[in-house]
Design a protein around this ligand. Structure first.
Ligand SMILES: Cc1cc2nc3c(=O)[nH]c(=O)nc-3n(C[C@H](O)[C@H](O)[C@H](O)COP(=O)(O)OP(=O)(O)OC[C@H]3O[C@@H](n4cnc5c(N)ncnc54)[C@H](O)[C@@H]3O)c2cc1C
Length: 408
């Protein structure tokens, strides 16, 4: 016998309980709307909690327009969402609704106040929303639309629930860290509607570099400090972590869009690594002349160049007989990238719903009362708070549009 289908009516259905949903719920509840939140896994905000493990970097204090420029090729598309709700608005919102202060840390990164862990911050936010009347349904998986206002879910026991919502926001995330629930399970329901999807690719991830197993075994976990990485005229300073397969860290993450372009073309992708970014080539040459006669390892130690450099010279079979050669390799070592790291371990992804499928208020052209926000849309941003800020800004745009449509 077929199981009966449960029918539910609501003003707003939020689908996927990540940071985008928490932000939309904050404004929708404040406007007095009835909001139900459906989450596929056992609890809300699993990936948001992962992000909070090493300090929850909510946004960045960089001023517009520099802030928006950080979105690279997607800056023009993201611009209206950030202008509608920027980093200052976010900080004021958290203070106004949750009473939580934020502070600016290193490199302009913004975090919840110092004595509040990421996990506690998220708990407080969810508690606040439930106190405002948010109805939360975990173990409810979105499986598709029946019509423009009817969304279908499957619960843990396989029962079907149809939710008739005046408006719905879907924010079901990308495909990295799939154990958090963001695993792209929703793709078929979008394809069934004829919605165009771009292929998933890792972003803000490490890269596999050409080197041998001994190199990775020896240096795994060590940091190359004060280095600069360059590709196609773009340079990023910072710290690189040597991993079991390659390099990780800010300079890599910020160059991933460029690296991805090169790899997609099928070309060799060679990064230029400056091991001594805080010293000019001229000064380095002078120092090397002074240190002439010393062994390479002693010379590198005196210059505070990481010892992995000499191993790389041998692996890449580079000639370093003169000081001029050595300066050249220290200031621009040609690191060959083999591929991007495993998408499952990436901090974020690109791919998902094509931007062309969305109206300006982020409603779907093919399902007008359903809106999207967050990482399930095909956009890119570097780490540093820009990912979460974009999710929050999109969610605010969606909430504004829903409130305007339903209240007036
Ligand atoms: C290790 C790590 C560190 C990070 N650090 C930072 C940082 O410091 N700063 C920063 O800005 N960003 C950071 N991020 C990125 C940030 O966490 C994401 O950009 C953000 O969580 C995306 O939010 P979202 O709302 O789009 O979706 P998600 O957070 O991915 O949430 C989507 C939700 O939808 C649910 N879902 C999926 N399918 C269905 C379905 N069919 N039905 C119902 N629910 C469904 C999922 O279970 C999940 O709960 C980090 C990410 C990782 C992995």
């Amino acid at each position: 016998m077929e199981k009966p289908i449960q029918h539910i009516e609501t003003e707003i259905a939020l689908v996927g309980g990540g940071p985008s949903a928490l932000m939309a719920a904050t404004f929708l509840l404040d406007a007095g709307l009835k909001v139900r939140l459906y989450e596929y896994t056992s609890s809300l905000a699993k990936k948001f909690n992962v992000a909070g493990k090493s300090g929850l970097n909510l946004t960045n204090s960089l001023e517009d327009p520099s802030f928006i420029e950080m979105y690279g090729d997607d800056a023009a598309w993201i611009r209206p969402f950030i202008l509608n709700f920027n980093n200052k608005d976010l900080r004021e919102t958290l203070l106004h609704f949750l009473g939580i202060e934020t502070y600016i840390g290193s490199s302009g990164k913004v975090f919840p106040k110092e004595d509040l862990s990421g996990a506690r911050f998220i708990k407080l936010w969810i508690k606040y929303l439930k106190g405002q009347g948010l109805a939360v349904f975990t173990h409810h998986k979105f499986i598709g639309w029946i019509d423009d206002n009817a969304l279908q879910f499957e619960d843990r026991s396989g029962d079907l629930i149809t939710v008739y919502a005046k408006k719905a926001m879907l924010a079901m995330g990308g495909v990295s860290w799939p154990m958090t629930g963001s695993d792209g399970n929703w793709i078929d329901s979008f394809k069934a509607k004829g919605i165009q999807l771009a292929p998933w690719q890792a972003s803000n991830c490490g890269v596999q570099i050409s080197a041998d197993a001994t190199f990775f075994e020896k240096w795994n976990g060590q940091f190359l400090k004060n280095v600069q990485l360059s590709l196609n005229g773009k340079s990023v300073k910072g710290e690189i972590r040597i991993s079991r397969y390659g390099f990780e860290g800010k300079p890599i993450y910020h160059l991933v869009p460029e690296i991805r372009k090169e790899l997609r073309k099928g070309d060799d992708c060679t990064l230029s690594l400056d091991f001594k970014a805080n010293m000019s080539a001229e000064n380095l040459l002078k120092k090397l002349e002074e240190l002439k006669g010393n062994s390479l390892s002693k010379t590198l130690k005196s210059l505070s160049v990481h010892p992995s450099f000499s191993m790389l010279l041998k692996i890449y079979q580079l000639d370093y007989t003169t000081s001029v050669d050595l300066v050249k390799w220290i200031k621009s070592f040609p690191i060959r990238v083999e591929e991007l790291a495993d998408i499952k371990k990436a901090i974020s992804v690109v791919g998902g719903v094509s931007k062309e499928e969305l109206n300006e208020d982020l409603s779907l052209k093919k399902v007008p009362n359903s809106y999207l926000a967050g990482e399930m849309i095909d956009w890119d941003a570097p780490t540093g708070g820009y990912l979460l800020q974009a999710c929050f800004s999109m969610a605010k745009t969606v909430a504004d549009s829903m409130i305007e449509d339903l209240k007036f």
